[in-house]
Write a protein that binds this ligand. Structure first.
Ligand SMILES: *Cc1c(COP(=O)(O)O)cnc(C)c1O
Ligand SMILES: [Zn+2]
Length: 404
């Protein structure tokens, strides 16, 4: 069953992305009737489908899966002590099959698409959504259309969509234009939309939060800090944790902090200025291309998550994102893409302004791997390579720092 978050109307399951009133939809369950429990989860292997009582797919359906989820929750003591934070973990979503958390949504979204009889799926993407959807479409034998702001997409992500055989349309302009076009194309040409406007896809993404609390022994961190682009993930994680609390599986909820890049921060602006009206950013700009979004479709859900959780949102500079990326790679061995480093930049600012206390337990979501966007490192970091003749004496000088 779907329900409109604006007018509360209930809508039967089907191919539907918004309510007649224009409101966003979410999946509703009769939670007590689902049979969800810690024991039921523990009877299945780790991963997204471990939590299938709380997913919108009948028990006898074999999912379209690449064994997504079950990503590491890495305690980061060195980084925590440098930042002056309390206990700190990274939920490292780059460990998913196509390298980002999008796989959690796509395994569920593409499975539902198949159950609804779709044979052609589509999305607009800054990169990772197209990489993920094209893989799951390939896995299930569906056609896949992706619309991309082709000048601004990281090469690794584009190469994935090409390799998996997606039909690719490159447009000038940003993600927001691509999003408008794919919505229209899906309506007109009978394509099933798998952007995070799709309520079923978001159900898969909520398992990220389930894994965090399960890995902590069903304890809830004080804060979950994550990047916000189209604002689906923050909404999904919050919805899932509320469901666990309603079921009595956890006894409290975290506060949610959404981090945006300064050049693409409409939600942070709303929260920081205490406004209720949403104003899109017309020409979003940031090197963190995964969150280069000025008109996030899920902003009402994200604002709800932030308000209900007594959380916050904030904007961070591109420079602070790059420096966070470097720190995480050098102090903790985790190489993440720029968007995924933004929570660390955000955490630093939130500690400094006192919003997050120095004794609070914090989970940052590092949303995608750094490997897809190598040019950021090659072009933006100082070049460390020492070029010498192939000679052992020369190597000795380098090691002794006699030359550099
Ligand atoms: C998609 C994506 C985001 C943004 O997530 P939303 O759900 O759109 O807010 C952040 N980081 C990475 C790496 C992504 O791929
Ligand atoms: Zn409605």
């Amino acid at each position: 069953m779907l329900r409109c978050i604006a007018c509360d109307r209930e809508i039967p399951d089907g191919i539907r992305y918004t309510c007649d009133c224009g409101g966003l939809l979410e999946v509703r369950y009769d939670l007590a009737a689902t049979g969800a429990s810690k024991e039921a989860f523990a009877s299945r292997p780790p991963g997204v489908w471990r939590y299938r009582e709380l997913l919108p797919v009948a028990p006898d359906v074999t999912p379209v899966s690449l064994e997504e989820g079950n990503t590491g929750l890495h305690r980061c003591k060195r980084l925590a002590s440098e930042l002056g934070s309390g206990p700190l973990w990274m939920k490292n979503e780059g460990e998913n099959p196509t390298g980002s958390f999008k796989d959690r949504g796509m395994t569920v979204g593409v499975t539902v698409a198949r159950e609804l009889g779709a044979s052609f799926v589509g999305c607009a993407s800054t990169g990772n959504t197209s990489a993920s959807l094209s893989a799951y479409a390939a896995r299930s034998g569906m056609r896949c259309l992706v619309i991309l702001p082709v000048e601004k997409i990281a090469k690794g992500k584009l190469s994935q969509a090409i390799a998996h055989g997606a039909e690719i349309i490159g447009i000038e302009g940003g993600f927001d234009v691509a999003m408008r076009l794919i919505k229209e194309a899906c309506d007109r040409y009978d394509i099933y939309l798998l952007n995070s406007l799709n309520p079923y896809r978001l159900e898969g993404q909520k398992t990220l939060g389930f894994e965090v609390v399960e890995a902590l022994g069903w304890e809830v961190p004080d804060w979950i800090v994550l990047p916000v682009g189209n604002a689906g993930n923050i909404s999904a994680i919050w919805k899932g944790l509320k469901e666990l609390r309603e079921l009595g599986i956890i006894d409290r909820l975290p506060r949610m902090a959404g981090v945006q890049a300064a050049g693409a921060a409409p939600i942070a602006a709303m929260v920081r200025e205490g406004r209720d009206d949403f104003a899109p950013v017309l020409a979003p700009e940031t090197l963190a291309t995964a969150i280069r979004i000025g008109n996030p479709v899920n902003w009402p859900k994200a604002i709800r998550a932030i308000k209900e959780s007594n959380g916050t949102a904030l904007a961070v500079s591109d420079e602070s994102i790059l420096s966070a990326q470097r720190r995480l790679a050098r102090q903790e061995g985790l190489f993440v893409e720029p968007a995924s480093a933004s929570p660390i930049a955000g955490l630093e600012a939130l500690l400094e302004e006192g919003t997050i206390g120095a004794d609070e337990r914090v989970v940052c979501v590092t949303t995608g791997t750094g490997l897809k966007d190598p040019n950021i490192v090659i072009d933006r970091y100082p070049d460390p390579i020492v070029r010498i003749d192939a000679d052992i004496e020369e190597i000795g000088k380098v090691i002794a720092h006699e030359r550099s």
